[in-house]
Design a protein around this ligand. Structure first.
Ligand SMILES: Nc1ncnc2c1ncn2[C@@H]1O[C@H](COP(=O)(O)OP(=O)(O)OP(=O)(O)O)[C@@H](O)[C@H]1O
Ligand SMILES: [Mg+2]
Length: 361
């Protein structure tokens, strides 16, 4: 059994001896020190490292309550037990509120060994819980950092694949087109089967060039780099309206400037996924995208007039669209909330702090 370090704050030698006797009777292994001033108490907290503190309530120069409050300020997690001649109900309540671990009336010193054991066990459980909570917090931080890194790496990969496709494939297709043009030009009979076949090849080649542009654009919306984030968001709305026939109003009071790459791509992807969801799920006639800024954050609201997302859909763990948008926002220190009203529509509210621009540079 471990030896328990007990720090007594007492002015009466007899009381300390009585308590020690009870501990010996209960075969508790202990070492103890005895102080009767605040200064000695503070010194022994570090020098003796007590496992438990047993404090008399009424001492000549201060009360047990004063000492308890002083002790709580040290933030040390050591059980603190009050011993007193008698204890009024109000005093007991005051002590509980101040965070005492137990109190023992002097007439029942026999309770001391058990009270010490319980108080130490309680503190150990508390310490364990704190440890687990800290571990959990740490692993959440690591997980978030991992996710963020993953997103950044993914975007970088998409970006380089987009460039590769655009530059390599695009150039080769253009070269192919020029070669076909050359063969066409050297045909004698403009109505021959060969010429017709070449015309089909030119059309196919043009279609492939357009597909390459579309694919490379969807992998990395270069428009963000070319025109800036706000122009890219506005373009996305116009493109969405043209492709789906769903009216899309775009409203912004935000000043265009050079935003950080991660910040821009996150805002763009969130709008992209929200509009994609409108097409897939909302049965909406129109969408409004509004952008505002405070001195700290960009605020984006995407609201449609469709069937309205339900709470169970917002919180489901099976799909990744809304979850991914929330994670993107959270990784940059922001917040995304989805709300729905049945047959009135769905609203996505995003707040993305500008300071994340600095954190991600
Ligand atoms: N604008 C909307 N209006 C109505 N319902 C919506 C809207 N957006 C999402 N939902 C509902 O919420 C669900 C979850 O959306 P979420 O984007 O997470 O998944 P998903 O679009 O089904 O799949 P994915 O993982 O491909 O995005 C959808 O399946 C849909 O039922
Ligand atoms: Mg989705």
């Amino acid at each position: 059994m471990k030896t328990i370090n007990i720090l007594f704050i007492e002015d009466t030698f007899g009381d300390v001896e009585l308590i020690k006797n009870e501990l010996r009777k209960a075969h508790v292994l202990f070492d103890s020190r005895w102080v009767d001033s605040k200064e000695e108490f503070m010194f022994e907290l570090d020098d003796f490292s007590p496992d438990v503190i047993i404090c008399d309530y009424s001492l000549p120069c201060f009360t047990g309550m004063e000492l308890l409050l002083m002790f709580k300020e040290t933030k040390k997690n050591i059980p603190f037990i009050i011993v007193t001649g008698n204890l009024s109900e109000q005093l007991a309540l005051d002590f509980i509120e101040a965070g005492v671990d137990d109190f023992i009336v002097k007439s029942s010193f026999g309770r001391v060994p058990n009270a010490i054991k319980k108080a130490i066990e309680k503190k150990e459980i508390e310490k364990e819980k704190e440890f687990i909570a800290a571990e959990l917090m740490q692993s959440q931080i690591q997980l978030r950092a991992l996710l963020k890194n993953n997103q950044v790496v993914r975007e970088e990969e998409r970006s380089s694949i987009a460039l590769e496709i655009h530059d390599e494939l695009g150039q080769q297709l253009t070269a192919l087109k020029m070669d076909i043009d050359w063969i066409m030009y050297h045909q004698k009979d403009p109505e021959s089967n060969m010429v017709n076949k070449l015309k089909e090849m030119i059309k196919l080649n043009n279609d492939i060039i357009n597909s390459v542009r579309r694919i490379s654009f969807s992998l990395r919306p270069a428009i963000i780099d070319d025109l800036g984030l706000l122009a890219a968001l506005e373009w996305k709305c116009a493109d969405f309206e043209e492709k789906t026939g769903i009216v899309c109003h775009f409203n912004s009071t935000v000043k265009e400037r050079k935003f950080d790459k991660n910040f821009s791509i996150s805002a763009f992807r969130i709008l992209q996924e929200s509009l994609h969801n409108v097409t897939k799920h909302a049965a909406a006639k129109s969408v409004s995208v509004s952008l505002e800024e405070t001195d700290k954050e960009l605020l984006m609201e995407i609201s449609d007039d469709g069937i309205g997302i339900t709470n169970d859909k917002i919180n489901n763990n099976k799909t990744l669209g809304i979850f991914g948008m929330k994670e993107r926002a959270m990784m940059l220190g922001g917040k995304l909330v989805a709300k729905g009203i049945q047959n009135k529509g769905t609203k996505i509210e995003l707040a993305l702090p500008f300071e994340a621009e600095l954190n991600n540079k």
